[in-house]
Design a protein around this ligand. Structure first.
Ligand code: GTQ
Length: 348
């Protein structure tokens, strides 16, 4: 009978040879490579805006915009330090810009957006269109569009940057370019794309869908408020996410960018959400209000302007006290996960 050696010096040598040849024994890696469930590399985490704000203020005076290029605190997940991801495939940063400052024009293959937190008087120029910012506005900078930021108002402005660069980098598809000039020239009327497409049900017939991303430069807070107000007396919303509205691409009705879905959700006073888990990773920003989210059994209390994350396959449940009222802005990698047939969800 033929015997298969499982140890001994010959086998040790064979393992060493394999390693030297860049070959691996599958039988020693099966558990890691085919886990029974997603291993949750990203951990549930919460960043307090109150704690971030003094650090932002410090660097606003200690570091010029020329030195920094973009003055941003990256929110790095403790489980993903090697990629600077906030959660799998996604990144969040808090940017601060002072009156008179300009962030140099550039473009990258990553899709990006800004969700405005504080201040007024700044604009981003995206592909020649100036898009003005106010708190609660969502501004898109789809992949490979030139963009630069300029602040003409008084007082600091802060916003949440959302990008898909952890995904783009993991696919080795990242490109970046600085614009030959510091700022782009204006080539269209200010805020034109928002005026043209925001209604979503009355699209212009003389333009065509040019990219996979929404052509809307800005989804203004005023429209979000109108949408909530219109259904305030009628909608109870989802048992998990409350009155959750998705920002959509007027051409497709789908997510605003191919890699990221952006939503805004109202959790009414006393909201006691059902618990759920799904394979989309999510970053949430507190537009206003207070509440708690139980993520995989751990409770995270959140307040105004905070950021927290729900990793893939982590259970989550939102809770709001009877005296509070909360609005959350949430973005996730759900479009990617769904497009690849990897979306699963489970109500708990
Ligand atoms: O403002 O374009 O937080 O390129 C990270 C990378 C912001 C931006 C970030 C960026 C930007």
């Amino acid at each position: 009978m033929k015997q298969t050696p499982t140890s001994g010096s010959e086998t040790d040598t064979a393992y060493q040879k394999m390693d030297a040849m860049s070959v691996g024994p599958l039988w020693r890696h099966l558990g890691n490579l085919f886990p029974a469930e997603p291993p949750m590399r990203a951990v549930p985490f919460h960043w307090s805006y109150e704690q971030l704000r003094p650090v932002m203020e410090h660097f606003a005076t200690a570091l010029s915009i020329e030195e920094a290029q973009r003055r941003v605190l990256m929110l790095i997940n403790p489980g993903m330090r090697d990629t600077s991801a906030t959660v799998t495939g996604l990144y969040a940063g808090i940017q601060i810009i002072l009156p008179g400052e300009q962030a140099q024009a550039h473009r990258h293959s990553s899709n990006a957006f800004r969700y405005i937190i504080e201040g007024s008087g700044a604009y981003t120029t995206v592909a020649g269109e100036r898009v003005h910012m106010s708190p609660g506005d969502l501004l898109l900078t789809p992949g490979w569009e030139w963009h630069d930021h300029y602040h003409e108002g008084d007082g600091p402005m802060t916003w949440l940057d959302g990008l898909d660069f952890p995904l783009v980098n993991s696919l080795d598809t990242a490109f970046f370019e600085l614009h030959p000039e510091a700022a782009q020239k204006r080539t269209t009327a200010d805020d034109l794309s928002s005026k043209q497409y925001i209604h979503g049900r009355l699209n212009p017939t003389w333009t065509q869908q040019a990219t996979l991303a929404s052509p809307v430069g800005k989804y203004p807070w005023t429209e979000t408020e109108r949408a909530f107000a219109a259904i305030a007396d009628h909608a109870t919303g989802s048992e998990v996410d409350g009155i959750s509205l998705e920002y959509t691409n007027p051409w497709t009705g789908g997510p605003v960018m191919p890699t990221m879905s952006c939503r805004v959700q109202r959790l009414v006073p006393g909201f006691q959400g059902a618990a759920r888990r799904h394979t989309a990773a999510t970053i949430l920003h507190v537009v206003r209000g207070q509440g708690r989210t139980v993520i995989n059994g751990e409770e995270f209390a959140w307040g105004d302007k905070d950021v927290f994350v729900v990793p893939s396959w982590a259970s989550y449940q939102h809770l709001v006290d009877a005296s509070a009222d909360a609005v959350l802005f949430a973005y996730s990698n759900e479009p990617v996960v769904r497009a690849l047939g990897l979306y699963r969800e489970e109500l708990l």
